[in-house]
Design a protein around this ligand. Structure first.
Ligand code: F6P
Length: 327
């Protein structure tokens, strides 16, 4: 526990995720409800360094809960990784009298928050906002549900055309370091294989399985590949398969950034609102350097250190479920 706050800043940092706006709205309105002054920092840590900081009132967050992206904009700031950058950022916070921060972002953003807070003793509360879902200490991250549902809708459509032509589709979903979108979309669309960064891909086993399916005349096959799998994404995977199975009709679909945009689902709006509300409560209670998450439907606090260090891992159970159901 640390000092109390009266003027707080809120920012979004790293890759945007649907629901960030709902969280900003919750932070602003909860802060105002408790008599705090609330400031929006534009473009993540870059805006803190460049003094893009503006007061926010209740109206400034009207009509945004349903919108993807982030009204505060976001960035990945290289300058904030330097001591000079952070010193400038702190000077700007002092100028506005800001004495507490809510950072909505992923593990890179929390890493920055932890360093900043240690250097300048300013309370920082993290809120997990990433479509990748790869943050420890929370069952949910803002944006994952929307992103994975976008992927599922797209893959269902791909299955229709794959079925019509008896084709093998290699579908790339987002996740440079994390396979959650691939895992969840793969399970829920009945994909035959998933390739994720958390597991080494046994390409030989994959090729044998596809060959066997061809022999059984099971010609519609979906392989969902996270962009960060060890073979380097869907295009690379398709090259290898084409070489070994030259007679197979193969197409590649890369879903890309459509997964990051769009109107947030009800779940993302609700968890974003709960976590934004709890983040302000944490600052008021004098908490320092924690990430607010939801575990077993309760608000849960994780030291930023642990949220940064311990990424979520995909358990063997998940892989087993996938394999049994896809066989
Ligand atoms: O926000 C997370 C994420 O979408 C990853 O899944 C992806 O690899 C990365 O961001 C892409 O980032 P950018 O839009 O900067 O290329």
């Amino acid at each position: 526990m640390g000092q109390k706050v009266s003027r707080i800043g809120v920012l979004t940092s790293g890759g945007d995720s649907p629901g960030m706006n709902a969280c900003i709205r919750a932070v602003v309105r909860t802060g105002l409800f408790h008599g705090l002054e609330v400031f929006g920092v534009l473009r993540g840590y870059s805006g803190m360094i460049d003094d893009e900081i503006q007061p926010m009132d209740s109206k400034s967050v009207a009509n945004i809960i349903q919108r993807g992206g982030t009204i505060l904009k976001t960035a990945r700031s290289k300058e904030f990784r330097t001591s000079e950058g952070r010193t400038r950022a702190y000077a700007n916070l002092q100028k506005h009298g800001i004495d507490g921060l809510v950072i909505i972002g992923g593990d890179g953003s929390f890493h920055g928050a932890k360093t900043f807070s240690n250097e300048f003793n300013i309370p920082c509360i993290g809120v997990p906002g990433t479509i990748d879902k790869d943050i420890a200490g929370t069952d949910f991250t803002i944006g994952f549900d929307t992103a994975v549902n976008t992927a599922v809708q797209a893959i269902d459509k791909i299955r229709d055309t794959a079925d019509a032509h008896d084709r093998l589709f290699i579908i790339e979903v987002m996740g440079r370091d994390a396979g959650y979108i691939a895992l969840h979309s793969g399970i829920s669309t009945g994909a035959e294989h998933i390739l994720i960064p958390e597991r080494k891909t046994d390409m030989e086993a994959l090729l044998i399985s596809l060959q066997e399916k061809e022999k059984r005349r099971k010609l519609v096959n979906l392989v969902v590949v996270a962009e960060g799998d060890d073979f380097g994404g869907a295009n690379e995977v398709s090259k290898i398969i084409r070489e070994r199975l030259p007679n197979t009709d193969i197409r590649v679909a890369i879903l890309g950034h459509i997964q990051r945009g769009g109107s947030p689902t009800c779940l993302d709006r609700v968890i974003a609102s709960r976590m934004g509300y709890a983040a302000v409560g944490s600052l008021i209670e004098g908490r320092h350097n924690v990430m607010v998450g939801i575990v077993n439907n309760r608000i849960h606090y994780t030291p930023l250190d642990n949220a940064v260090k311990a990424k979520q891992r995909i358990s063997e159970d998940w892989m087993k479920i996938f394999k049994i159901l896809a066989s």
